[in-house]
Ligand binder design. Structure first.
Ligand code: PEP
Ligand code: MN
Length: 413
């Protein structure tokens, strides 16, 4: 296998997930070996920062088009033999799907919720692999999980967002996997902490694991957003600039609902993601975990067919800009949310003024606010003209809203 061989570039008529012909319908060791080996191996980076033993390597991306994006699909949780086999069979009909995911041990926020099917689920997952030829992936959080997952021939492992936050757990998993060569997908930690994420890669690399990939699944955020987990696209982009590992976007856990999946998946591809992880269930309504975000295999097929898989020839420029563009998008979205909140508070003040017979425009207070903002803005390097324009426009909109409230046309919520 040469460095030029990319995942999927050797597709033939018969379906094979890793771009090499498969001798049987069951994923063999050699095919597995090719996964992630053919990608940018861990430790090759264009802009190495703080990572030791980095060799400068071919910086071209691992995947170039639709055929070579790593699409991982499958249920949030393996729930029953029928559920995983039916889901896997339907997914195997979709050529873009290269790997079957299925959670066996589920990290739940509250006790008494469904915590996964455990060892029994591994038997079913192996059955699903045998029935379809799809290689499998599951989450491991403890050395016992590792032992069982290897025993039941799971082909790739992922480390969940709640585990990656804990370096003790990550180290235990790295130790447990030492001596194996299984591909490991490392999800971002729940907290937006790039160094913590990088540290997890370093722990696995030191344990001799080289077939590593990053999974971006969004971050816990202190404010309400349309997402379940805020994407903060600039963080995964920066990770790939530092480590040059393949980047897979878990759009399901970013979105938390079906509606946002399509646009978010497109955005991930536009930002030069190397693959997608999407939760699929044969009957999402009945799913025992994450029911709101799972889609049927049929819906996945439609979603994939509506995606534009972009060529990454101008990869470096696009990739570098993508991080900054993502940051701008995040900031704009925060600005909009702040503006909406400000208007809401202003409307509540309008109600108060109406009930207490106070005029809408309080010129002295406004002049003072504006002067303060211009001075503070200047300290932050912002042009006074900009501050003046922005706040005049905001003030004008507030006055209009309060005026309508005075006239009883509108109420604050
Ligand atoms: C999952 O993939 O089902 C999962 C629990 O993911 P995360 O660790 O990203 O929450
Ligand atoms: Mn899930």
């Amino acid at each position: 296998m040469t460095n030029d061989m990319r995942l999927g570039t050797e597709r033939t008529d018969s379906f094979h997930p890793f771009g090499v012909p498969m001798e049987s319908t069951v994923c063999g060791q050699q095919e597995l070996h090719n996964l992630l080996n053919v990608l940018r191996p861990y430790g090759t980076a264009r802009n190495p920062v703080g990572v030791t033993d980095i060799k400068q390597a071919d910086s071209s991306p691992a995947f170039t088009d639709q055929d070579t994006s790593l699409i991982i699909a499958g249920p949030c949780s393996v729930e029953s033999e029928d559920q995983i086999i039916a889901t896997a069979k339907a997914l195997a009909e979709i050529p873009e799907v290269k790997m079957l995911r299925g959670g066996i041990w589920k990290p739940r926020t509250r006790p008494d919720a469904f915590e996964g099917s455990g060892e029994q689920g591994l038997v079913w997952l192996r059955e699903a692999k045998r029935a379809t030829g799809l290689p499998t992936a599951t989450e491991v959080a403890t050395p016992e999980h590792v032992e069982l997952a290897l025993k039941y021939e799971v082909d790739a492992l992922w480390i969940g967002a709640r585990t990656v936050v804990n370096p003790f757990s990550v180290q235990q998993l790295a130790d447990a996997l030492c001596g194996t060569d299984i591909p490991v997908f490392i999800k971002n930690p729940l907290s937006p902490d790039l160094n913590l994420w990088v540290g997890a890669f370093e722990r696995f690399q030191k344990a001799g694991l080289n077939r590593l990939a990053a999974v971006h699944r969004g971050f816990a955020y202190y404010k309400e957003t349309p997402y379940r987990n805020y994407p903060m696209w600039e963080i995964p982009i920066e990770l790939t600039q530092r480590l040059n590992v393949p980047l897979i976007t878990d759009v399901s856990h970013i979105c938390g609902n079906r509606e946002l999946l399509q646009v978010t998946a497109q955005k991930a591809l536009d930002l030069a993601s190397d693959g997608l992880m999407i939760e699929c269930h044969i009957n999402p309504e009945t799913a025992l975990t994450d029911a709101k975000q799972q889609i049927t295999p049929e819906e996945l097929k439609t979603l994939l067919s509506n995606l534009t898989f972009r060529s990454k020839q101008s990869y470096d420029v696009e990739h570098d800009l993508a991080g900054l563009r993502g940051e701008i998008d995040d900031i704009d979205s925060e600005l909009l949310q702040l503006l909406a909140r400000r208007m809401e508070v202003s409307a509540q003040i309008g109600e108060y003024k109406k009930n207490h017979n106070v005029t809408v425009v309080q010129m002295d207070r406004w002049k003072k606010i504006l002067a303060d903002h211009i001075a503070t803005g200047a300290d932050m390097g912002l042009p006074p003209l900009l501050i003046n324009k922005v706040f005049e426009a905001i003030h004008q909109a507030s006055i209009e809203r309060q005026g309508r409230i005075m006239e009883n046309d509108e109420e604050s919520h």
